[in-house]
Design a protein around this ligand. Structure first.
Ligand code: NAP
Ligand code: MG
Length: 496
């Protein structure tokens, strides 16, 4: 029941009540829907097997710092076993299977994932710190949609590449980050399998659990052993996978820094490469925009999901005539965001994924203030344990500021102003990245012109952070190359 409260609650894992805010009663999702194992092994050749390394690393819940379980650490020998299993599966089963048969498995995986959606959502929130509202309404349904979508393509590849004969590449090594653990696994695995490739997947060190649950789904779907193998570990494990000589393709999503290392490691080999890297999106608000709707778009673009989104609208470009109004409204809205227990259905902002990530956010915001930005954070008490950062606005930022150039990957918005559409484009393009952008205006011509001139793989008009498996996603410049999703996503996994 809703009750008006005053003051801070400060209870660990609870949404915080603030002065004058009507607080909701806690509405936690039950943890009991998922059984977390005390130990997770590697998923190789269709079975969960202990690592040859004999090593395990702890996995923590970033909202509480509790250890959830321990996870196998794959070394070079384990990776070799996984690659060999994938090669065998490619040569003896999957590479020769008809598209129609491959589609059946992908449909089956999608349906099982759908049936087990709650389990996946709760596990994702526990492991990553993201609010259950996001994992339940965004991550899991989109992951399911990707499997359904690419299942539909598996027997129609001849139509996708008209007049040409598409063949699978072979074995793909796929490395994914911690911000959308299950969804990134789906983005990578579904098109690879649809095109007849087999896979060795390496999830991020801090968020391997939903990938391991996906391993169970593959067993349930009776996917032939070795078609997908999952090796857990850290950055070193990822580097060893990249260097394995018996791979035909590397697909990587993560930071630009690691992407560059991978590009060097792959240069001169036969491996194909796609890179989905960082971003510093411009979210542009023109004076004729529907301001209240734009405020919701901005909040969705940077604060939900703790700003742990590669395409987050982290630079807000507001036309000068409405800048004060927009910032004032945004501040009011921020004061009403609920930061706390990721499993609470009312939570807007969950936990920061890891302590190093929290420290990085703190460091970059401090640099922003040092360089002259004005800091706004609502008065909100954060839980005493776990990794938390309040929603933050930095105003009086200029393009030369570090916070206008570096990816912060946290709930931090840098606000810049502009006077003319030309200036908006110029500021938006003043970045080494080019992943995404957003534009709010009531003039169709203005949004189309902006979309044509901004260098970004995705441009959202009068909305933000909307995804669909049929729509390609990917970047320009230091945001990487190659596209995932849609017809384009198939092209990354076939030889024509
Ligand atoms: P990251 O540090 O680059 O890590 C990404 C993955 O690479 C993790 O699995 C990581 O393993 C592994 N890795 C680390 N060092 C490696 C190496 N030398 N060789 C091979 N693999 C290595 O990135 P992150 O901090 O996890 O993720 C955040 C970044 O991802 C942000 O920059 C964000 O913009 C980007 N991102 C981009 C997209 C997109 O579609 N463009 C989508 C989501 C995220 P460990 O975790 O075990 O260290
Ligand atoms: Mg974790």
């Amino acid at each position: 029941m809703a009750m008006p409260r005053t003051g801070k609650q400060g209870r660990n894992g609870q949404s915080m009540a603030r002065e004058g805010v009507w607080e909701y009663a806690p509405a936690p999702e039950s943890r009991d829907v998922v059984r977390i194992q005390s130990r997770y092994e590697l998923f190789i050749d269709g079975a969960f097997t202990p690592p040859r390394s004999g090593r395990y690393f702890p996995n923590v819940n970033p909202a509480t710092e509790e250890t959830l379980s321990e996870v196998a650490y794959a070394d070079a020998e384990d990776i070799d076993r996984a690659v060999q299993a994938a090669r065998r599966a490619y040569e003896t089963v999957w590479g020769n299977l008809s598209g129609k048969e491959r589609a059946k498995y992908l449909f089956r995986i999608a349906r099982i994932l759908q049936e087990r959606a709650r389990e996946f959502a709760v596990l994702e929130s526990l492991d990553s710190g993201k609010p259950i509202r996001e994992s339940r309404d965004v991550d899991v349904p989109l992951a399911v949609a990707h499997f359904f979508y690419y299942a539909g393509w598996a027997d129609k590849l001849g139509y996708a590449f008209h007049g040409r004969i598409p063949r699978p590449l072979g074995v793909a090594g796929q490395i994914i980050p911690w911000n959308f653990p299950l969804l990134m696994a789906a983005w990578k695995i579904a098109p690879a399998l649809a095109c007849g490739n087999t896979v060795v997947l390496k999830p991020a060190e801090t968020t391997p659990l939903t990938a391991m649950l996906l391993g169970e789904v593959f067993q349930q779907a009776e996917l032939p052993p070795g078609v997908v193998n999952i090796v857990t570990g850290d950055g070193h494990t990822g580097a060893m996978l990249v260097q394995h000589p018996n791979l035909d393709k590397i697909a990587f999503t993560g930071s630009t820094e690691v992407g560059k290392q991978i590009q060097k490691a792959v240069a001169g080999t036969r491996k194909r490469l796609t890179l989905e890297l960082g971003g510093k999106a411009a979210h542009v608000i023109f004076e004729d925009a529907a301001i209240d709707q734009a405020i919701e778009g901005i909040v969705n673009g940077i604060y939900f999901n703790q700003g742990h989104v590669c395409c987050a609208g982290s630079r807000l470009l507001v036309q000068e005539s409405v800048a004060d109004l927009v910032v004032r409204k945004l501040q009011r809205r921020l004061a009403r965001l609920r930061v706390g227990d990721p499993l609470d259905k009312n939570t807007d902002i969950g936990a920061i994924n890891s302590l190093p990530q929290l420290r990085k956010i703190e460091r970059l915001v401090a640099i922003g203030v040092q360089e002259g930005a004005m800091l706004y954070q609502p008065d909100c008490a954060l839980p005493s344990r776990g990794y938390w950062y309040p929603p933050t606005i930095l105003t009086q930022v200029s393009t030369a500021h570090t916070v206008a150039q570096e990816e912060i990957f946290g709930p931090v918005l840098s606000v810049l102003t502009f006077r003319t559409p030309d200036e908006a484009v110029q500021i938006a393009n003043n970045t080494r990245y080019g992943l995404s952008a957003g534009v709010w205006t009531n003039k169709g011509s203005r949004s189309l012109e902006f979309a044509a001139r901004v260098r970004a793989g995705v441009v959202w008009c009068n909305t933000y952070n909307k995804f669909d498996p049929a729509s390609p996603f990917g970047g320009y410049l230091e945001s990487g190359f190659g596209r995932e999703g849609g017809w384009h996503g198939l092209a990354a996994y076939v030889e024509l």
